[in-house]
Design a protein around this ligand. Sequence first.
Ligand code: ADP
Ligand code: ASP
Ligand code: MG
Length: 412
Amino acid sequence: MPVLVMKFGGTSVANLDRIKRAAKRVGVEVAKGYDVIVIVSAMSGKTNELVGWVNETSPLYDAREYDAIVSSGENVTAGLMALTLQEMDVPARSWQGWQVPVKTTSAHSAARIEEILSDNIMAKFAAGDRVAVVAGFQGVSPEGRTTTLGRGGSDTTAVAFAAAFEAERCDIYTDVDGVYTTDPRITDKARKLDKIAFEEMLELASLGAKVLQTRSVELAMRYKVKLRVLSSFEEQSDTAGTLVCAEEEIMESNVVSGIAYSRDEAKMTLVSVADRPGIAAAIFGPLSDAGVNVDMIIQNIAEDGRTDMTFSCPTDQVKRAEKAMEDAKASGEINYHDLIADTDVAKISAVGIGMRSQSGVAAKMFKTLSDEGVNIKVIATSEIKISVLVDRKYMELAVQALHDAFELEKAA
Ligand code: ADP
Ligand code: ASP
Ligand code: MG
């Protein structure tokens, strides 16, 4: 029988009523003749609570225990969803990552899926199960320990299952009815896109649009998974939601397709480091070894052989970054006067494949922000995106102004 993957995010399984509602949708697809793989997230707020407990117990925690704790939210939802389906007379069974198994690397808290073995679930489908409810976001390391895939990782679980089981489609059910020109929570002028290209979605996701985890888009692109984002709260038709697809499937592409933001950015400045060959390696080597994801970098003009080095990284990695720099200073690898962490910044990005062929996008972006009196602290560009770091208090204003400037309310 054809296989369909349906993923339900945290708000879509936030309580027993919502689980029932999601289960009914699964029932509809089962009735159409699909064997369904349902991927579930933890109930909304649960993962944050678990992460909070970990941080309170041990700020520089052992990542293996983080995973043991944080993966548990999904186990509860998977069991509840299986029970709900059984109550509806739909033969269903829950699966934790290790039971499938979903084999991952041993990079705890940020593991990558290496292989999903389909035999166990296929055998159950052959024996009469119609639904496999899989706990999203988790897998098992070569050492046999539970791993997690990074926040938002259930999206990646879903796409990886769709690829492994050659599913007809991978439907991501969430609390918005598709991918928008920007987060609809920031402006009601945001418009739902019927289609978005993989490349654009990849950039939007990696620049902060939470609606899909970056890695899930990467996998969908690589394995040509038919990926759709849609609402679990609205009635569905076959054309509902947003299709994430190849660029060729989109007739007209906008210069800018969307604005993304990330409030979880920190700007770190190493004050007065020696300006000598090898200094960048001496700074960014230890940061990378400490697992700090450095994003933007600026090295200022040197004076008297000393310079300031600024970089950005996620706010929750500031402590790790500080420790890595202090250790490198203590061991004499680098020398600096001060390390200033500015955690009151946000990153705003404009994304669009049309930028490849159209110039002037950066100029328009900078002019718009300047007209609003928003100071730009750091800039980074690539072929299809421009990102700036600004004071966090201007985040909403900046997103709204750019959304207006690029006339995204006219997008579709
Ligand atoms: P789930 O729990 O279903 O995985 P998430 O909270 O991870 O849902 O992602 C959905 C949220 O992503 C929406 O509620 C919305 O606020 C946010 N979001 C950010 N950018 C966008 C965008 N461009 N389009 C749609 N939603 C977006
Ligand atoms: N529950 C996990 C998280 O909040 C995974 C997910 O929902 O995708 O990050
Ligand atoms: Mg999510």
